[in-house]
Design a protein. Structure first.
Length: 183
């Protein structure tokens, strides 16, 4: 019994160590112990790697939703979301925003994302830049604009977030404001 377990483990680690299985909607990057994070990005399929010398990291390359809503629990810093964002408009009116930010990993820049930011890009990039840009954009417009031009605000927020995300291996697909309380 124990012999079968050891043989099974070794076969899995040695033979399985040669392959990277990338499921649909994902990409893989390789860390080579001699050369660091390689620039190659592997799409869905079965790929070869050097066991023990190279380590594969899978990333979800699909569009992901980062939600901003009441009652969100921030105890896990990497969870995809945030509490409502409070700001003040140009004319001094309080605003509380809820909604979603749709983003994905830029496949071409995934190795740089992994090397420079790591796996925790939600707490290091998505949350701080989203909070900052949403507050900053609301502070440049009057309360009347917030009430009547939501589509324009969403477009501006998407552009601003893309300016911050593009150098960090992420792409903002859209900003959707579900509720904006003014006053």
């Amino acid at each position: 019994m124990f012999d079968n377990l050891v043989v099974s483990f070794l076969a899995d680690e040695v033979v399985g160590g040669f392959f990277i299985s990338v499921p649909p909607g994902h990409i893989a990057c390789i860390y080579d112990r001699g050369r660091g994070v390689l620039k190659n990005v592997f799409g869905p399929g079965l790929h070869l790697k050097i066991p023990f010398w190279q380590v594969a990291k899978l990333f979800n390359a699909q569009v992901l939703e980062y939600t901003i809503h009441k009652g969100f629990d921030l105890s896990n810093r990497e969870i995809m979301g945030d509490e409502p964002i409070k700001s003040t408009t140009k004319d001094g009116v309080s605003v509380v925003a809820e909604g979603s930010i749709l983003f994905r990993i830029d496949k071409a820049n995934a190795p740089e994302l992994w090397e420079n930011i790591g796996e925790h890009f939600v707490s290091k990039v998505i949350r701080p830049f989203s909070r900052s840009k949403i507050s900053a954009i609301f502070s440049t417009v009057d309360a009347n604009v917030v009430k009547n031009s939501r589509a324009s605000l969403e477009s501006t927020l998407k552009q601003e977030l893309n300016l911050e995300f593009q150098n960090r291996g992420l792409i903002c697909e859209g900003v959707l404001l579900s509720e904006v309380q003014v006053g």
